[in-house]
Design a protein around this ligand. Sequence first.
Ligand code: ADP
Ligand code: MG
Length: 601
Amino acid sequence: MKTAKIHILSDEIINKIAAGEVIERPASVVKELIENALDAGSTFIRVQIEEGGKKKITITDNGEGMSPEDLKLCFLRHTTSKLSSADDLFHLRTNGFRGEAVASIAAISKMTIISKTKDAPCAQKVEIQSGDLKKTEEISAPQGTSFVIEDLFFNTPVRRNFLSSESAESTRILDVIVRIAIAHPEIRFEYRNGSKEVFTGVEGDLRSRLAETIGTGIAKKLIPLDYFENNISITGFISPSEMQNGKKNRHFLYLKNRPIWNPAVIKAVQKAYEPYGKLISPTSVLFLDMPDMDFDVNVHPAKKEVRFVNDSAIYSTVHRAIRNKLQEESAACGAPIIHLNDCSYTSTVQEPEKKWPSFNNEISNDTLKRNFQAKPNPPKEALVQDLFSLPEFGKIIPLSQKSFEIPEKAPLYSTPSFLQLAETYIVCQDMEGLLLIDQSAAHARILYEQALKTLSSNNMINSQELLFPELIELSKVEKSLLVEILPDLKKLGFYLEPFGGDTYQIRGIPSGLSFSRAEKCIHEFLDSLQEDSPSSKVPLDATAKAWASTTAYRANEKLSGEEMASLVNQLLQTEEPLISPYGKPTLLRIPIEDIHKKFKR
Ligand code: ADP
Ligand code: MG
């Protein structure tokens, strides 16, 4: 007789599967255990890690503690003191409510918990391995709870292998702590990595907490925000419209005082700053509040992403709140008010990055270089980008296949000359027509290849020493990233030295880079690294890309004839002259044949 194929999974496997959903890495442990400490009414929370949290994480609080009975229950699945009816699921009063976190962590680590309530005569200590209680002991300890997590993922080695470098994991932990600490300036936080004090947040107000986390200089300039519309309340701080620092990852978003992530809100913030110029890189710390039925936090077990019932109302309210505040501020400074049209939000899904058509296959790099050097007989069949037939100006469409007869006799031009259009594009010519080169994208391509070569050799990029070294203040996350890539930065021409606390001294910058841009470049560089490689040791390619894109010429930057000539020549020496390191086009060609046609020749 055939036996059944289906069987019920063992508790051990169920727990490991569930653990995988809640606990992805050491930072998830820290997040869950800090949230529990907050729920326990703590006013002091200390996080200590070893080896990026892979070896050991200790989280100590001075909260209400657990009784010996509760201590023996808290690491079992679905045990919670916070949720008693299904209805509660929709009312987010505490940080936790699933009763999953401690059990999940216990299933995949060696856990020790020490806890004491106010009235208990002494503290209780329990040791748990793979979710099983191994030992119970009475010891003396102050009121509160201490969780010690050792050898995370020791029994799920595949997961362990997915973890990043120690420094990348500790940076993620720092990010978690910083985001929570901003929401709780009334609580003292301490974060130690090995023997190093990484962060201390003393009890204070929001602005002082922001000074501790994102930098005193920035915190001083932030403008307070307090807005209410559509049943949505928005409070917090935003940067003034003229402040430029770092490019991304400067948005701290909270719902009911808990860190969340939502692309629509971030987009609304960016949009509100747009009229003040493309170079503005805003910082925002926004605390949203709204009725419970207007959002759902159960999208993900780790509860980070929130779904709003009405995304477009949130989008336009956030946009209006910030836009109005910025307008008020510019009016107060006597600057003309910028009139903005209301904009509405269409989709939370970010537009996929427009991919440059496989230009490479169609205009070959060799052909391009040959044409530009004005050799007499360029091969026929060179394929061209037909700009005039584009359905919509500015949109890039795949190239049409089209053969192009070059007059046999004389090359069109012998000496290239250069013109700058809108201080953004270089206009010049080759054998087949008019070339339009995006100066910023082209320069980024040149620098990217230079950086890759430099980083993988013993070479150094030339550096110019600053006569008066400048100070740069970094956020905690930036600083920890900087420490990791300092040797690479040095090779790329940036000489930075610690100047105490989170401040560094810029002593040298790559030659050719303008002094006035040095500080912003470093912030941008660190921000784009965070974006490109948040999960692993920073790869060379990401460093090269970030360096190239932040130090390259900008749009709206005036170039001399020589600079343009040198840029175009260098571009043609690169391995991939047609695309920027981020896959955007560097160059378009309008065939002379098409220009003739337009003039009805
Ligand atoms: P949840 O937070 O969803 O209730 P957890 O698994 O995170 O589930 O925690 C289980 C229970 O353990 C909590 O409901 C709480 O009663 C207790 N607990 C966990 N951490 C602490 C702490 N630091 N202080 C006091 N009690 C705690
Ligand atoms: Mg919890």
